[in-house]
Design a protein around this ligand. Structure first.
Ligand code: KG4
Ligand code: ZN
Length: 341
């Protein structure tokens, strides 16, 4: 403890960002370093797991040192070392887990394994001191789409999920199909600003007879069919119209399910999380929909929506306070589910 504060060094390497941060009391970011591998993976049109692991190994020491330095701390000053241990790419996760274990062991600090999805949700606590459970959370990332009742800091009830692709995955696949490249989300977001969201009528990303689940593969197929048809008939394809129309379909269903769940479960607060919550149309559309429903919306700044270690430090604080500690046998769990330890 420094001056009665709890400072946690957090490490995140679950996908293609090598990140470390020092977070005070789960809310205040003393430093946050993110080394993104996006440029390296762009050549291949997506994340290559083997390359991601190697790049994490090359960068992790420097990223951790930079985070400590920016916070004006040494490893002996921090109260605990936290690390994402799942879900994610196994080889990528292992790099962070090994680094955190080595640091915790050498400096005799408690080790705390953190669930990546809980990390995304906790990003909201950093900028919104007034947010506390219970609330409704919508996690939309490259690997996950979950509608969750956050009953307490470590108590979650999943009420809806995607039955096929994740929302971010759909953005990435559609972006590739219309030639925008990787990473798809930000490129569709930008292209959609130039397009007409009502130009093409795509189906909604829904599952029949399921109020809160999502399905994005039908929408993705509809986009591909539209493109094939246009190619066969020689029709001109305006990529920005496809982007805007696809995005509208995604945003509509996310809004509908979220508002319905907030009403049904009596939640007055709604929090967005995950890479797709950086999407400008989703942020704007959801804000209005949630406000119209008489609720309050919480969204992290875009840099805290996509992968970072500050969110892992925020999540770890609540585990730390509850006395949760991981052993030096902590392992990467690629399929780790939310609320599971
Ligand atoms: O949370 P995240 O960084 O990593 C995972 O845990 O998956 O999310 C990455 C996903 C990618 O699919 C990316 O295309 C999407 O978030 N994304 C966006 C935007 N920025 C990132 N999707 C839509 N609009 C954006 N502005
Ligand atoms: Zn993530």
């Amino acid at each position: 403890m420094s001056d009665g504060h709890t400072d946690i060094l957090a490490i995140e390497t679950s996908c293609d960002e090598t990140a470390a941060a020092v977070v005070r009391d789960g809310r205040e970011v003393l430093s946050s370093i993110i080394y993104t591998q996006i440029a390296m993976h762009t050549v291949y049109g997506g994340v290559v797991p083997e390359l991601a692991s190697r790049a994490h190994i090359e960068k992790i020491d420097a990223v951790v040192l930079a985070a400590l330095e920016e916070a004006g701390k040494t490893i002996s000053d921090v109260d605990a070392v936290a690390v994402t241990y799942g879900p994610g790419l196994v080889g990528a996760l292992l790099v962070g887990v090994a680094e955190a274990k080595a640091l915790a062991w050498a400096a005799k600090k408690p080790l705390i394994g953190v669930n990546h999805i809980e990390g995304h949700i906790s990003a909201n606590y950093i900028e919104h001191p007034d947010l506390a459970p219970p609330y409704l959370g919508l996690v939309v990332s490259g690997g996950h789409t979950h509608l969750i009742i956050v009953r307490d800091y470590a108590e979650f009830e999943i009420i809806g999920r995607t039955v096929d692709d994740a929302a971010g995955e759909a953005f990435d696949k559609v972006a590739r199909a219309i030639g925008l490249g990787y990473p798809g989300g930000p490129k569709i977001d930008a292209a959609a600003k130039e397009g007409d969201p009502f130009a093409i009528s795509f189906p909604k990303a829904k599952v029949h007879h399921s109020e809160y689940d999502f399905s994005f593969s039908g929408l993705k197929s509809a986009v591909l069919n539209y493109l094939n048809h246009a190619e066969m008939t020689g029709e001109e394809v305006r990529a920005c119209d496809v982007a805007a129309s696809f995005q509208r379909s995604v945003v509509e269903v996310l809004k509908e399910h979220t508002v319905r769940a907030a009403k049904e479960f009596g939640m007055r607060k709604v929090a967005l999380a995950g890479g797709v919550s950086a999407n400008s149309a989703l942020r704007e559309g959801m804000r209005k929909a949630v406000l119209d429903a008489g609720c309050e919306l919480f969204v992290p700044s875009p840099v805290l929506c996509t992968d970072n270690a500050a969110m892992i430090g925020a999540a770890a604080f609540h585990e730390y306070v509850r006395g949760v500690r991981s052993g030096l046998d902590l392992n990467a769990v690629p399929g780790l589910r939310i609320g599971e330890r």
